[in-house]
Design a protein around this ligand. Structure first.
Ligand SMILES: CC(C)(COP(=O)(O)OP(=O)(O)OC[C@H]1O[C@@H](n2cnc3c(N)ncnc32)[C@H](O)[C@@H]1OP(=O)(O)O)[C@@H](O)C(=O)NCCC(=O)NCCS
Length: 186
């Protein structure tokens, strides 16, 4: 069977239902910092805030289209500032999630590629940060494929279904930071 092509585009508020469906699924939720009982309205408000003009956040969605069907959102990735500190403007943090039934089919890879390309070529991002639960081996492997390195362990970092779980900090530095007058990026 031929794999369905994956398209990545910027999210809109109309995607709120897809965000709620994907991140509300217990198979996805457990690996995120989200809470149960999310819904479309919660995501509509969040997206409205993050997509407001002038905000540095980037929200992407991945879509696939089966023959004759409308495109379906199967994953999302977000890029957010690490805080207001002027001296941390080169750093951003990211999150990613893929529909539980679409995992292991290249959707996460497509979203990571788009996010890293944005950071490297357009977004003025020299340091991309994230946290990941220590037992989320698939996500850790995906991040390592994109050049992230483990930087540290936070013990008992977050409550997950009644247990405090450790997370790893990981970061990816720009592989070839742009310079003024340095010629085209290689
Ligand atoms: C972690 C996560 C984002 C990865 O996304 P994904 O779509 O499953 O990732 P990919 O399919 O691109 O890559 C994962 C695997 O599929 C394989 N793969 C990549 N492209 C493929 C393709 N075209 N066809 C089939 N398999 C493919 C990869 O080799 C990889 O193999 P693995 O089983 O050794 O890991 C996703 O599993 C997820 O959303 N998990 C729940 C939420 C979460 O953990 N978010 C991260 C929080 S830090």
């Amino acid at each position: 069977m031929t794999a369905m092509p994956i398209t990545v585009r910027r999210a809109t508020q109309a995607d709120a239902g897809a965000f709620a469906r994907i991140m509300g699924d217990p198979r996805v939720l457990a690996n995120l910092m989200q809470l149960p009982y999310t819904n479309e309205e919660v995501w509509r408000d969040r997206l409205a805030e993050m997509l407001a003009p002038g905000k540095p956040d980037l929200m992407l969605v991945a879509e696939r289209q089966a023959g004759g069907q409308p495109p379906q959102v199967v994953g999302s990735a977000g890029l957010h500032p690490c805080g207001p500190a002027l001296r941390r403007r080169h750093a951003m943090q990211m999150g990613i999630s893929v529909d539980a039934d679409a995992q292991g089919q290249g959707v996460g890879t497509a979203l990571m590629q788009a996010l890293c390309d944005w950071c490297d070529g357009w977004g003025q991002v020299l340091r991309l940060e994230l946290t990941v639960f220590v037992d989320n081996l698939r996500a850790i492997a995906l991040y390592e494929r994109f050049g992230f390195q483990k930087e540290g362990l936070h013990r008992g970092y977050a409550l997950r279904d009644g247990q405090y779980i450790d997370v790893l900090s990981m970061a990816r530095l720009h592989p070839s930071p742009p310079r003024i007058g340095g010629g085209p990026a290689s």
